[in-house]
Design a protein around this ligand. Sequence first.
Ligand code: ZN
Length: 351
Amino acid sequence: MLLFHIKLVVQKNRMGSTFNIGGTVMTLLLCFLLLSMVPKLEAELTTVEHAPNPDGSISFLVIGDWGRRGLYNQSQVALQMGRIGENMDIDFVVSTGDNIYDSGMKSIDDPAFQLSFTNIYTSPSLQKPWYSVLGNHDYRGDVEAQLSPVLKSIDSRWTCMRSFIVDAEIVELFFVDTTPFVDAYFLNPDGQTYDWSGVSPRESYLQTILTELEMGLRESRANWKIVVGHHAIKSASIHGNTKELESLLLPILEANKVDLYMNGHDHCLQHISTSQSPIQFLTSGGGSKAWRGYYNWTTPEDMKFFYDGQGFMSVKITRTEMGIAFYDVSGKILHKWDTSKMLDTDFYFPL
Ligand SMILES: [Zn+2]
């Protein structure tokens, strides 16, 4: 922005003004330096930089609800992820949470991490960064264990934070910790114990997430914006829509031109697109146990795809195009969807 202003000043003066260019530039630089010294009143989400490929493209897989020590077809899904990951030469994997069943990790020494992650996703193509959010089951153990840097020393692929950004230049992924949004876990925990370390007091925790997310989305210059959470905003499966996210999160996503919202929680694969929202709602929660046998959706024209079984999703993004695909446990493509968009600069500088 500063450079832009300086360019404008220089151009104006080339047109004959007697304005003092050097003095103006110095004044602007001084203002910039002073502004940069003012402490920031708002915190920012932690950002992980992930360099895109030389051609600017990014591709990744999305898996959720998986950590069951290989059982319930987790290993079979992992094998197919490896095969598709190799074909696509993926850059990373996104986990939509519920990483360790049934009750997260007991401590940072819990062998469940190796048994459900390191020893399962062994294909060469999956030896890439894994960017993960927490699910409600992860909150039932020592919630901070999965966030510990100790896990990265056990398996360097692992990056799990509560809410954070992965910046891959053409696309930014905003990971949101959705479990603390759900009232029922606090008001009616149904015999379950949740570890709310780092969350209390809840109201300010949630407000901070919403403020930081809104700021991050507003300031993003990426052509594509993706938000990842564990809980669905919209879902036809057993858990249904998450009303807290519909009221608190969705308006921020819509106001900031988010392209995709991706989640797990319901153990199925689904793609919902409504006429009321430009966002594609995608569930990838088929990492292991599935087949709930539940479906409740009243507007069939909005349900682009629903599959009750195990599987995963892929995303391929270029500067102007995006494509997603869903796969079953045998690696067969069940559903594909593509879109494209002009870059902002294409509008500003038409040829
Ligand atoms: Zn869940």
